[in-house]
Ligand binder design. Structure first.
Ligand code: FRU
Length: 499
């Protein structure tokens, strides 16, 4: 009898308890202001980044129904300045059939300017999305295409899908670009568990021919996903071109990250410039993943957006955000050609337009074994600071910024240690670091702090460390500091981007 009453109680109580646990606590304090996040529900990878008629389209992996991964569809937003995003209806929803559910996994979008696919109407070039159809019931992934004749708002799936199928459970994330020289399309797509990418070419986006494979190099400890291959000029010289192959996988600390290869692509095969066992990383934090470049940007500009993985803490009513759009640059360094990243130059215009009260400049400050507050009651206390500072290291062992400071001065530390030549972000007991030496005895730090994301670009973006932080209420102090000696803050510019 006792047992029965107990189980009746449990049956009644358990759903309540479970429900109570699931009731989301809204977290507006962590909602980014100048980074993209969906109005509500889950996002992961950016998809189909394409620039058309002055508009940046951002499609993204989205669950339209819940604030967790599932029902994968392509969400959609557009922007003219890469700062303000207009939210639009889901562009490609999951396909629910009688026996098959097809999730719309990551991929890319191209403007089919010559109507090679034949999907264009009335002489207008269609936009073609190339994505992975994930069919969980069939345990299968293959590549599908869909076309849009309304400027990318809605898409129709091609009746002849799939366009590439190698009968595998894991085979995904096609990235397609137009090769003007060869007048053909090039697809780079990942075979995740084999740590390789495949290259295919096509004249019409429907029929694809396997060209070659590249893999087993760099970091192969984790699966390979979301690849992209892009030609980029070196040192800004259009006559000097290299190919940048990016892959989302692992980084040396075992954290999830992205790696890249530079090399040559002869229209068929990619050859790595660096030794096979030398991995190069795009970002040194735990958070940055699945970044892909924009298609169809003018003047050979290359700009990417990545996903900041929201696994450490739940936010509500949305979960997941994008990185700042980053310009990609290849530069010759003593170690060889390396990837540098900068917040997109397109954003400068928006920073310039801010009113004087939201801008701060400092010059030639000597900071001596202390922390100097930079904010006041009414300014720079919204945790939405964009900081650009150059230091000349002196006797201080450590220097940098404290952000999201509580009244007692504790907060998130963005520091540089001169002995170890290391940039670090310290948030409580969690320390993430990357080694980076001074350039001409200077350390430039660009710190983009947006409520719950921190992106730190060091020395013109030679290395980047990105992470998520979750400050408590009232933790909004902002100061510059030096420990065990002095440092010279040559210049500081900061912008408060709170709306
Ligand atoms: C990367 C990824 C992709 C896949 C998508 C599914 O985060 O796993 O490989 O297409 O997410 O949402």
């Amino acid at each position: 009898m006792k047992k029965k009453i107990f189980s009746m109680l449990l049956a009644g109580l358990l759903p309540c308890l479970l429900h109570a646990q699931e009731t989301p606590v809204p977290t507006p304090q962590w909602r980014p202001v100048y980074h993209f996040s969906p109005p509500k529900n889950w996002t992961n990878d950016p998809n189909g980044l394409i620039y058309l008629d002055g508009v940046y389209h951002l499609y993204y992996q989205h669950n339209p129904f819940e604030n967790k991964w599932g029902h994968m569809s392509w969400g959609h937003a557009t922007s003219k300045d890469l700062l303000h995003w207009q939210h639009l209806p889901v562009a490609i929803p999951e396909i629910v059939g009688k026996d098959t559910t097809t999730w719309i996994f990551s991929g890319s979008a191209v403007l089919d300017a010559h109507n090679s696919s034949g999907f264009g109407r009335n002489g207008k070039a269609p936009i073609i999305a190339i994505y992975t159809a994930d069919q969980p019931k069939q345990q299968k992934e293959s590549q599908f295409i869909a076309y849009s004749n309304d400027g990318g708002l809605t898409y129709t799936n091609y009746a002849g899908n799939p366009v590439v199928d190698i009968h595998k459970k894991d085979f995904r994330d096609p990235s397609v670009i137009w090769l003007e020289d060869q007048h053909k399309w090039l697809m780079t797509v990942a075979v995740p568990f084999e740590h390789k990418v495949q290259f295919y070419s096509s004249a019409n986006l429907k029929d694809w021919e396997l060209l070659s494979e590249f893999g087993g190099q760099g970091d192969t400890r984790k699966i390979w996903e979301c690849p992209s291959l892009t030609p980029i000029s070196v040192d800004g010289n259009p006559a000097k071109k290299k190919w940048l192959l990016m892959v989302s996988s692992g980084n040396p600390d075992g954290a999830t990250g992205m790696q890249y290869f530079t090399g040559n692509f002869d229209g068929k095969t990619f050859t790595n410039d660096n030794p096979a066992d030398k991995p190069l990383f795009v970002d040194y934090g735990k958070t940055f993943y699945a970044a892909i470049p924009y298609n169809h940007l003018p003047e050979n500009r290359q700009t990417m957006i990545g996903w900041l993985m929201p696994f450490e803490k739940a936010t509500s009513p949305w979960r997941g955000q994008m990185s700042i759009p980053r310009d990609l640059l290849l530069k010759t360094t003593p170690a060889g050609i390396r990837l540098f990243q900068q917040p997109s130059a397109v954003l400068d215009a928006s920073l310039d337009k801010l009113p004087a009260a939201k801008k701060m400049t400092r010059k030639a400050m000597t900071i001596n074994s202390k922390a100097v507050p930079l904010n006041g009651k009414r300014y720079f206390n919204t945790n939405t600071n964009w900081i650009d500072a150059t230091f000349t290291p002196g006797t201080a062992s450590d220097f940098g910024f404290r952000i999201a400071q509580q009244k007692d001065g504790n907060g998130v530390v963005i520091g540089y240690n001169t002995q170890r030549e290391e940039l670090y972000i310290k948030d409580g007991n969690d320390v993430q670091r990357m080694s980076v030496a001074a350039t001409g005895n200077k350390i430039r730090m660009q710190v983009l702090f947006d409520r719950s994301s921190v992106e730190v670009f060091v020395n013109d973006g030679e290395k980047v460390l990105t992470t998520l932080v979750f400050p408590g209420n009232d933790a909004s102090g902002f100061s510059v500091f030096a420990e065990n000696g002095s440092v010279q803050l040559d210049t500081l510019k900061a912008w408060d981007l709170d709306k």
